[in-house]
Design a protein around this ligand. Structure first.
Ligand code: GAL
Ligand code: ZN
Length: 684
């Protein structure tokens, strides 16, 4: 997963040369006169890659049977003539009205039995045979007609699988779920055992009795819900795989992608990219929409970038969508500030992207997304957005040498979707624990000290990392538990938080004191779980480490020390004086344990200590809100601040963007970016 000693890697689309630039292009919403202007403006902005056809099903196939795609032929010819490459959709993301009218049973059903209607998008049950058949048919027609078109660089299947309909609860889904369960358990007794059928009289005596976990009088069986999350992710994957196989047969050799959405819970991205049985994505891509109104938008965005790189095995990836300005789907849609589109685009490049695309090329005049920004805004080209779009295109041209390089990461956050699903089920000690929040808390100090981090599956090869961070890995398989132990025994450093190692993959508690598989590793035993009320904080004391106002929130483990050294202890309440944060040597490595969630400055210090123990160099003195990211031999310094800052670079270095040498002290204007040739001699 990590890429130590990074060098130039396989470029994702070699024909594109450097960093690709562009966006979703929906010409079917415009007249042919506008197409001509589009092509001219794309050249002006140096656009060389556009995604076409994602929502074009009804215009490509207005009735069952042959494509009526003359318009798309002309669009692709125009693009090819202008040297613009196309990420062509199989167009199956939004089924047309005629298909839904003929097969109303393909519409998805929610857990409370509501059948969702036609009139927005993603209105299909992933298990509905009518949808599967029609999608495969369309994908085949598209592949045959356009597989060899000179404009087509790659294929795009679906759109944000699961984003609108993460799971369906209809009869087709019920039948598919039963098949999935038979394959998983074989015998009904094994299922009853795995689901804890003895509790609340829930044993099944026939497979036909099993339904999706629909709305119920009170808490639904957690193992049933967990299996439904696994099944639902697999069903979406099956839709993708079916189309992928069609493309492999009819348009062999063209890379295939689907656009993921970062830290999105419904889709287990690691399973999608594991390439089991020849399936998977050739290129991983992501849609990234941090909220510009959030002062830490850059942090969520950085995590989405790192996750995308990680699920793709470290290889370069594609920023498929972002907004050049505002979106339309939040309660309040604040546009990006001047410079923010550039800073966040270059953040993606810093973190491994070889393409920077937006949704969408031209802001729509009709439909639900007409107030969503576009690269060509409603105001036209005499606008700030357009000027920023053109200027970024020029700058990306200067970063050609960065393409194909890897992002070395010595640290990894362990992430497992199965754990995410299980962790956030109901009837737990607290409903305030959200994995993405905990991930952000642990990620923030890394970002603030210029430490690159990957996301790694707990069962993956961790030997390339020096530090692993393990936030609330509640569900842990035996293999994952061993993997973490081995990593530390072999000299690695681990930082594990509360509510980790609690259950096995059946959501069955591992008994004998928490976290059962890691008590030896951590040198402790957690006897009792004590969540803190929302907003409550508990004072933390410690030998030197904690400032006077150090505090823990969210959680308080009752820790029984069995060899671990306490670093911080609770400073009040009935656990006054008991260990809250510990460290323990195990084999050649070190394991830290957090029994509470320390405040940000205390947590920053603890993560810093763990980095130092792991031999990871920190960039100290980096102003919060400024990123320092290594990619290949380049260092990206990106300010997300609205005021200027000064940085100490230690020496003068060439900046690829401005073409001048900067340093040893460098001014970063508000939201400014430097891309320094860090391989040059003169490194401090
Ligand atoms: C994405 C979606 C695009 C567009 C965009 C608007 O989630 O894939 O089609 O709707 O949001 O922000
Ligand atoms: Zn269904």
């Amino acid at each position: 997963m990590s890429a130590p000693g990074a060098g130039p890697a396989r470029r994702i689309l070699p024909q594109l040369g450097g960093i690709a630039y562009g966006g979703d292009y929906n010409p079917e919403q415009w007249t042919e006169a506008t197409w001509a202007e589009d092509i001219r403006l794309m050249a002006e902005a140096r656009v060389n890659l556009v995604t076409v056809g994602v929502f074009s099903w009804a215009r490509l196939q207005p009735a069952p049977g042959a494509l009526t795609a003359g318009w798309l032929d002309r669009v692709l010819d125009l693009l090819a003539g202008a040297g613009i490459w196309v990420d062509l959709a199989t167009a199956t993301a939004s089924p047309p009205a005629w298909l839904v009218a003929a097969h109303p049973e393909m519409l998805p059903v929610t857990a409370d039995g509501t059948r969702l209607g036609f009139g927005s998008r993603q209105h299909y049950c992933p298990s509905a045979p009518a949808y599967r058949a029609a999608a495969a048919d369309l994908a085949q027609r598209m592949a045959r007609r356009y597989g060899d078109h000179p404009a087509v660089a790659m294929w795009h299947i679906g759109n944000e699988y699961g984003e609108q309909v993460p799971a369906c609860y209809c009869e087709h889904s019920a039948a598919a779920f039963r098949r999935w369960l038979r394959a998983r358990y074989g015998e009904l007794d094994r299922l009853n055992d795995a689901w804890g059928g003895a509790v609340w009289s829930q044993d099944y005596t026939s497979w036909d009795q099993i339904e999706p976990p629909r709305a119920a009088p009170t808490f639904r069986n957690p193992a049933h819900q967990l299996d439904y999350a696994r099944f639902s992710s697999d069903e979406l994957l099956a839709c993708f795989t079916a189309e992928r196989e069609v493309l492999a047969a009819h348009s062999p050799g063209k890379p295939v992608t689907t656009n993921f959405t970062g830290l999105f819970r419904a889709v287990d991205q690691f399973r999608w990219t594991r390439r089991e049985g020849g399936t998977g994505l050739d290129v991983v891509s992501v849609d990234n929409y941090p909220d510009p109104a959030d002062a830490e938008a850059y942090l969520t965005s950085a995590m989405a970038c790192d996750l995308t790189r990680s699920v793709g095995g470290g290889r370069p990836w594609l920023l498929m969508e972002q907004a050049p300005g505002a979106v339309n789907w939040r309660a309040v849609n604040v546009p990006k500030a001047p410079g923010q589109y550039r800073a966040l685009s270059l953040q993606a490049v810093a973190r491994g992207a070889d393409a920077v695309l937006s949704f969408q090329w031209r802001a729509a005049a009709t439909g639900a997304e007409k107030f969503h920004s576009g690269m060509v805004p409603h105001a036209g080209t005499d606008s700030r957005v357009w000027r920023e779009v053109v200027s970024l295109g020029m700058e990306l041209d200067r970063l050609g040498s960065v393409a194909g390089h890897l992002v070395p990461a010595a640290a990894a956050l362990l992430l497992d979707w199965e754990n995410w699903w299980a962790l956030e089920l109901d009837s737990h000690p607290t409903s305030c624990l959200r994995l993405t929040e905990l991930l952000s808390e642990l990620y923030r100090p890394l970002l603030q000290t210029g430490v690159n981090a990957d996301f790694a599956h707990p069962e993956s090869d961790l030997s390339g990392y020096r530090l692993i961070l393990v936030p609330a890995l509640y569900l842990v398989s035996d293999a994952a538990a061993d993997n973490v132990r081995r990593f530390v025994a072999a000299g690695g450093t681990a930082l594990i938080t509360f509510f980790s190692g609690i259950v096995d993959p059946r959501d069955r508690v591992r008994l004998g004191g928490y976290p059962a598989p890691w008590r030896d590793l951590l040198g402790l035993r957690v006897e009792e779980l004590v969540p803190l009320r929302h907003g409550a904080a508990i004072r933390l004391d410690g030998p030197g480490a904690a400032p006077p106002d150090a505090a823990g929130r969210l959680w308080q483990d009752v820790i029984d020390l069995r060899g671990a050294t306490p670093l911080l202890s609770y400073g009040e309440g009935h656990l006054d004086g008991e260990a809250a944060v510990t460290r323990h040597e195990h084999g050649a490595g070190t394991a830290y344990y957090l029994g509470t969630l320390p405040d940000r400055s205390t947590l920053g210090r603890l993560v810093g200590q763990a980095c130092q123990r792991a031999g990871i160099a920190l960039w100290t003195g980096l102003p919060p809100g400024v990123e320092a990211v290594r990619r290949g031999g380049y260092l990206f310094l990106i300010s997300h601040l609205d005021h200027a800052v000064e940085l100490d670079l230690g020496a003068k270095r060439p900046d690829l963007l401005s073409g001048v040498r900067v340093g040893p002290r460098a001014q970063l204007a508000p939201r400014d970016v430097l891309v320094l040739d860090w391989a040059e001699p003169g490194r401090p």
